[in-house]
Ligand binder design. Sequence first.
Ligand code: GDP
Ligand code: IMO
Ligand code: MG
Length: 429
Amino acid sequence: MGNVAVIGAQWGDEGKGKVVDWLASRAEIVVRFQGGHNAGHTLVVGNETYKLSLLPSGVVRGKLGIIGNGVVVDPEALLAEIARVEAQGLTVRPDNLRVAENAALILPLHAALDRAREAARGERKIGTTGRGIGPAYEDKVARRAIRVCDLAEPETLAEKLDELLLHHNTLLRGLGAEPFSKAALLAQLLALAPRILPYAEPVWQRLDEARRAGRRILFEGAQAVMLDVDHGTYPFVTSSNTVAASAAAGAGLGPGAIGFVLGIAKAYSTRVGAGPFPTELHDATGALLGDRGHEFGTVTGRRRRCGWFDAALVRQAVKVGGIQGLALTKLDVLDGLPELRIGVGYRIDGMLWRHLPAAPRAQAAAEPVYETMEGWSQSTRGARSWAELPAQAVKYVRRIEELTESPVTLLSTSPERDDTILVRDPFEG
Ligand code: GDP
Ligand code: IMO
Ligand code: MG
């Protein structure tokens, strides 16, 4: 009986929220370990739709949610999200949400810098969510971040703000953006302190105790392997490590605590921001996938780019992400397509590749090599057992298993919580 880590195997929005919510019935604690409110996880439970960004998806089932030290926390966004889900009838209080005291904060100046930089990049923009994620992680690594625990020490806040503003206001002015005032930021942080500090604690202690007591922990990843700052399509990535290995460091546990690694992949591909996307479709099929799959960014509202399933890319994500089983989602979106394609590699300057190389020009030049399969005409939407799936759909899933070198251990056939087919319980390893 182990723990489970859930990570995205493509470019995000694979349906991690739905899967984590479903698996949370088998866990006692759900932990976010990286990213911030750039994530957008949609959970559909009966007539209610929850859109979570920073809160661990386990809160919908009333499980203990933990925001680990690897997350960058925007305190205003956290409080706003708590208010939003409370308005939907959930209860989020310090007894069911804990936030790592050593997590770095996102301040308004981070979002301002994120947006000013994107504007300055012009054509070469990354397409960030504009929420300050990158600048906040930069400050953490540069050792000038304000952390959750600093909210308890007004003198520390004042000192750190001097250093932060020296850096940020110089940059903001250089980019033609408005500088920030120390007095206003200090007042804002002091006002936030009593509202945030009740959630703060050394979460590593609670996780260590839970682990020793044999309580099941579910680690909820945000973004995905191809957005990982090391392993993704750099520089078109987010600013954290999204691979399962970072679950341990981002929660304050050893690597042995992670357990089974479940990678989530859509039965096709999507991407929100800019950057390489070899199997992208610019035709009617791409538009159809977007319409049927309701492919609009949860955070940005932007239309997601759509394309065929890229097995070479997911295979790479399986290897670097440590994925031991795949949850394949949105199979229903492919219903009725006469023919399906699966990317099995790339042609770059006349050479064949089985993986996406790291160099940006090579990535941009990668032409997909496809395998073609017959589609199915029957509906798979809402299927809850293998037996309900048409033979061609089963064949498609089997081919994905072969090409990605990973078993499909879970299938999702609609946004609804219970429209899920369990092949192998990840908690059983
Ligand atoms: P996440 O960021 O990985 O949690 O994914 P998002 O929630 O941003 O995007 C996934 C979208 O697909 C959401 O709107 C889900 O409700 C929806 N979804 C999840 N699984 C399925 C599925 O199997 N079929 C369909 N049609 N939609 C799904
Ligand atoms: P979930 O958890 C999809 C993308 C942005 C941009 C890049 C960098 O819902 O899967 P950032 O604001 O992080 O600096 O933006 O990463 N991005 C996501 N794309 N799903 C997400 O989260 C994403 N979080 C960030 O679009 O291309
Ligand atoms: Mg999302």
